[in-house]
Design a protein around this ligand. Structure first.
Ligand code: ADP
Ligand code: MG
Length: 589
């Protein structure tokens, strides 16, 4: 039996506590009841003890050095597990740091819950200047799918249930849960407390498309002469891998995987058209989108790369009805979850489905083969310093030999080149910058990948991207995670050879200290750090990292001039005739 000393008037009396519970424990119990096993956390007022108690109660609580990375880890965990990833932060500044990740999760349609401690409501609401005063609930609301505040211990069960259902139902997203510090210390009867908890039943129920929608979609797909499938990360998230494969193989269409849908079917699959991307986007007459949005990543389905305007019909599977017609008219919308939609389609098309003509599929196949053959020798170069082809050729081999390794990838050239060069062979084995193209997701994603899958992780990082999250190598070392980081070190952002256009002494805005030794950062925390400047040495270092499972950082020396401005999306940089005239160094519009 436990007891606490409770001051009553001047005398301290013993209070019996065994029949009581409090806000701390109700919150932990509510999370556990709903299957939460891991919290990505940065401790501090008022949630320091919450993290300790959660750990004491059997949850895995991983503490980061900065909330943004704890948040990115929670977001990645949501994508990988189809359950809300949980991030816990302190008030105001910690909350704001976590909010970027919550917005990122929402933008990517991943379930995540950001639980932030907050200051005293009575003082905050009268703006009396509390410790870390901020109306966090109001600030969170526009950046996530739903935001809730819990004020009373007896409502914790309800608040957690609402957060979980909001994160998982329909199109998944981020949810903010505001926890005023005073709530955690509230005490109530333990039996009543237990009764107040809610185990959420079926937060993401199957949702089937109507029969007319299925018939319409089959008709459109049947009438296509040059059909194409685009598979997005919504399909990877849906975790119905066999069904998607069956659908793609039955239809027999060439397909393009979006970057985080790579591996849903192996990138080496005969229908994979990644290496003939330009051809299939331009020439196809029907595009079937499965869990992929026609947003900027697909040029909104328009422009030169998409061929003649209006020449394509679109079929789209999405759980979110208002996604339809957001960029192009969707001739056959299939609203529902991907598994249900794929099942309905397979039933409807039956066994006598006519695959597209060999004229189309053969042309795509031969383009793929030509382009793959053209690239192959470049991937085998042993240049020192390395270029992207030589170094990523090694990474491609390493992933082919170890297909269960989770590849994390961010940067500009390091991202674009890795995405196109490195084949992924299994579902959900690639985590990257997502819909916003965020820099700094790398270390949080790597931690989540290691923790949630138990697999080896390989993080291919531009030196700039790594700079946003590099301090988390300490976190990786502290939890002894099997993470191998390759920093593609070209001395700068995009390229390392920029100069100051004003001629002054300061370096260019896009270059870093030359020949930095990122490997020493890993050594500082007891991990393995090595520098390599040629592909053979890189191959050996990756092999050793995989064999040992030790936290490893390989500082990979890349030629300063190997990269392109803004990687593959330089076209998004604004320019003007004035700027072009004033700065001869600037590229022509
Ligand atoms: P990508 O960037 O890979 O193209 P997007 O994030 O743009 O992928 O698109 C993912 C889409 O998948 C979103 O529109 C989302 O609503 C949808 N989605 C997510 N989960 C499911 C699901 N289980 N069933 C159907 N659609 C889903
Ligand atoms: Mg760089």
């Amino acid at each position: 039996m436990s007891a606490i000393a409770q001051p009553v008037g001047d005398a301290a009396t013993e209070v019996e506590t065994s029949s009581l519970t409090d806000g701390f424990h109700l919150l932990i119990d509510a999370l556990k009841l709903n299957g939460v096993e891991t919290i990505y956390n940065v401790p501090g007022i008022p949630i320091t003890d919450l993290g300790r108690y959660a750990q004491a109660q059997g949850l895995r609580v991983l503490s980061f050095r900065h909330e943004q990375h704890a948040g990115y880890a929670a977001a990645a965990a949501g994508f990988l597990t189809k359950k809300p990833g949980i991030c816990m932060t302190v008030s105001a500044p910690g909350f704001l740091n976590g909010l970027t990740a919550l917005a990122h999760a929402t933008t990517n349609c991943w379930p995540m819950i950001l639980i932030s401690g907050s200051s005293e409501r009575e003082i905050v609401d009268l703006q009396r200047g509390d410790y870390e005063e901020m109306d966090q609930l109001a600030i969170a609301r526009p950046h996530c799918k739903a935001a809730y505040r819990i004020l009373h211990a007896e409502d914790i069960g309800l608040g957690v249930a609402r957060a979980i259902r909001a994160a998982l139902s329909g199109r998944p997203g981020g949810v903010y849960l505001d926890i005023p510090g005073a709530l955690l210390g509230q005490v109530m009867d333990a039996v009543e407390g237990e009764k107040s908890l809610i185990k959420v039943v079926e937060p993401n129920p199957a949702s089937y498309p109507g029969p007319d929608a299925v018939t319409r979609a089959v008709d459109v797909l049947k009438s296509a002469k040059k059909p194409l499938i685009i598979i997005g990360k919504g399909a990877a998230y849906a975790q119905c891998d066999d069904k998607i494969r069956q659908l793609v193989e039955t239809l027999g269409f060439p397909y393009l995987p979006m970057s985080m849908a790579k591996g849903l079917l192996p990138d080496t699959h005969p229908q994979c058209a990644s290496a003939a991307r330009s051809l299939v986007l331009k020439e196809s007459d029907c595009v079937f989108l499965i869990g992929a949005r026609l947003n900027w990543l697909l040029s909104h389905g328009q422009g030169k790369g998409w061929g003649e305007k209006g020449a394509k019909k679109f079929v789209q599977i999405d759980i979110e009805p208002i996604e339809m017609d957001s960029n192009q008219p969707i001739a056959a919308p299939l609203i529902g979850d991907i598994e249900s939609c794929a099942t309905a389609l397979l039933d409807a098309i039956g066994s006598d489905w006519q695959k597209p003509s060999e004229e189309w599929t053969g042309a795509v196949r031969s383009k793929v083969e030509t382009n793959v053959a053209k690239m192959a020798p470049r991937l085998k170069n042993n240049n020192s310093p390395m270029d992207y082809q030589g170094s990523l050729g090694v990474i491609k081999e390493a992933i082919a030999e170890n297909p269960d390794v989770v590849l994390v990838n961010e940067g500009a050239n390091a991202l674009d080149q890795c995405r196109s060069i490195v084949d992924i062979h299994k579902p959900r084995k690639r985590l990257d910058v997502g819909t916003w193209g965020i820099m700094g997701i790398g270390m949080g994603s790597a931690v989540a990948a290691a923790v949630e899958t138990g697999n080896q992780v390989l993080a291919v990082e531009g030196d700039s991207a790594f700079g946003f999250c590099g301090m988390e190598v300490e976190t990786i070392c502290r939890y002894k995670l099997p993470v191998c980081i390759v920093v593609m070190n070209n001395n700068g952002i995009y390229r390392g050879d920029g100069t100051n256009w004003g001629g002054g002494d300061d370096p260019s805005t896009t270059v870093f200290v030359k020949d930095s030794r990122y490997d020493l950062m890993m050594q500082a925390f007891g991990g393995v750090g090595v520098t390599v400047d040629n592909p053979d040495a890189l191959r050996q270092a990756v092999k050793e990292a995989f064999a040992s499972g030790q936290p490893t950082l390989i500082n990979a020396v890349i030629a300063e001039d190997a990269g392109k401005e803004s990687g593959n999306i330089g076209n998004l940089n604004p320019s003007s005739v004035v700027a072009q005239a004033r700065y001869p160094q600037a590229k022509k519009i």
